[in-house]
Design a protein around this ligand. Structure first.
Ligand code: RVP
Length: 500
């Protein structure tokens, strides 16, 4: 006879937190959101911790290198999407690992024979008026001068004039060694009142440029997530098919952590993938697995060697798995069940395997609930897709801006590896939709608001860190009528009043 769960499964919107005692010390500025990303033994430290409990979804519409840099800057981790060739994915990982905050590579490559007309065309195309001149016109060629808009007068000079006749030559430039740190470069910029400082190597080859206008942006972010070589931490999605080829390419490019991206993770395929990677590349290579929605699925992946376990089936905003296949579970219930299994596993084996709540976060307070229910961190798709940094187009419809957002199981993404279970390796139906989400601006601005709400709610629960939140949280289910009570009600909102 089939197994019946005794309770219906619930989602975050059906719960609230009941405040607990807050002491004087319990203020948002004192709250730490640090959390483990990968498993560790009792008494040891995890190899990777995050400074905020957020990862961005393994999706074409969400996690590319630009998103990864922006999120690592704030203390979280992006998992670059795997539904592209191993080479393309590895190239994105490389770009994140080679990115030096504040150190810009030249994108206006001109040489001494380039004409003024060409310089002006380039300025129009890139929007940059300061250009480095290299001997061969390549971004890392021998630096021979600099051109800025102060070096030429369009009304008085022929468009055929070569750059070498009006550039500021190398001999008159202030430049510095490429090994300088960013604060040292900024000091030189201020000392010499420069707009841009070129950094060169021992052969006078241009490596980077540091701009004065980026100064405020370059100030160090105390939560940024970096490795021992000060490079941003980044994750990468993999599948249960081409790992023998994909994983070495990603590791070579510098990926810090991998995650098997699958809609249903309680499978022999995942076990084989985890075993292969740990055997071939060692236990030091960290691999998350999932998705599962109950304790049984968690234990299976834990025993197979998962370094974290991802929870969630069918709750994603673009996901129609529950409608098409009838599988899944309310996200809150799934998180509670899996976290209970994680705690039992820890008690029994002394190994802590972090749990990621993936999908279904609509309001910021849902994040606090997921954390209070035991999730170590969240994975979010829709949330990040709305920002400038997501890879998709911004479109204007009836005067309002939107960004595109599509599921990995949609025809558009064609990420069938995420959904197939072997056999013919092709699916005949979609499990995701193609959609728009309201454009919301920069990641930084939005994430700061969300995190301050989480910190503030944690203080209401008397918690200064995530483990205290779990211990102290008092969580209540709410009736549908009391959900109505929670919004504004029985008043007419002024913006709907329609007064002349
Ligand atoms: P959300 O944050 O609610 O947008 O959900 C994002 C999650 O949805 C992803 O991390 C993934 O687990 C899931 N997903 C991605 N594509 C699809 C689909 O096409 N069904 N689902």
């Amino acid at each position: 006879m089939a197994y019946y769960f005794t309770e219906p499964s619930h989602t975050f919107g059906e719960y609230l937190l009941v405040p607990g005692y807050s002491s004087e010390q319990c203020v948002p500025a004192n709250v730490s959101l640090q959390t483990p990303l990968v498993k560790f033994r009792r008494g040891e430290e995890p190899k990777i911790k995050m400074n905020i409990p957020m990862t961005s979804a393994i999706m074409q519409a969400v996690s590319n290198d630009t998103m990864a840099i922006a999120l690592a800057r704030e203390g979280g981790v992006s998992f670059i999407y795997g539904s592209q060739t191993p080479e393309q994915e590895a190239a994105m990982i490389s770009r994140v690992k080679n990115y030096k905050s504040g150190f810009v590579s030249s994108d206006s490559n001109i040489k001494p024979t380039t004409t003024l007309g060409e310089v002006l065309a380039l300025k129009d195309a890139t929007g940059h008026s300061t250009m480095a001149v290299t001997e061969d016109g390549t971004p890392n060629g021998k630096l021979v001068g600099i051109v800025t808009s102060r070096d030429y007068r369009v009304t008085r000079m022929s468009f055929d004039t070569p750059v070498k006749d009006f550039m500021t030559p190398f001999e008159r430039l202030i430049y510095a060694d490429a090994n300088l740190t960013l604060p040292q470069a900024n000091d030189l910029i201020w000392e010499h009142k420069l707009n841009m400082l070129p950094l060169i190597d021992e052969n006078q080859r241009l490596r980077y440029m540091v701009f004065r206008k980026d100064y405020t942006d370059n100030k160090e972010n105390e939560l940024e997530l970096i490795d021992e070589r000060k490079r941003y931490i980044v994750g990468a999605g993999i599948n249960t098919r081409d790992y023998a080829e994909r994983v070495p390419a990603l590791l070579e490019a510098g990926a810090d952590v991998l995650c098997i991206d699958s809609s249903e993770g309680y499978s022999e395929w995942q076990k084989k993938t985890l075993e292969y990677i740990h055997k071939e590349f060692g236990e030091d290579v960290k691999v998350g697995a999932g998705n599962v929605v109950d304790g049984e699925g968690f234990r299976f992946l834990a025993d197979a060697g998962a370094d974290f376990v991802k929870v969630g089936i069918g709750g994603g905003s673009i996901c129609i798995t529950r409608e098409t296949k009838g599988i899944g579970r309310g996200q809150a219930t799934a998180v509670i069940d899996v976290c209970r299994a994680r705690d039992e596993y820890f008690k029994e084996k002394g190994v802590y395997i972090p749990v990621c709540s993936d999908g279904g976060i609509v309001h910021d307070y849902h994040m606090t609930l997921a954390l209070a229910m035991g999730a170590d961190f969240m994975m979010l798709g829709r949330y990040f897709s709305r920002f400038d940094e997501s890879p998709t187009d911004k479109v204007k419809v009836n005067g309002t801006y939107y960004k595109e957002y599509w599921g990995e199981g949609s025809n558009r993404a064609r990420n069938w590896q995420r959904y197939d279970l072997g056999g013919d390796r092709k699916l005949s139906f979609e499990e995701g939709v193609d959609s728009y989400v309201p454009y919301a601006g920069s990641l930084r601005d939005n994430i700061h608001i969300s995190l301050s709400k989480i910190r503030s709610t944690m203080c209401n629960c008397g918690a200064l860190n995530l483990s205290e939140l779990r211990d102290k949280a008092k969580i209540t289910l709410v009736s549908s009528t009391s959900i109505v009570e929670g919004g504004s009600h029985d008043v007419i909102l002024k913006d709907k009043f329609g007064r002349d």
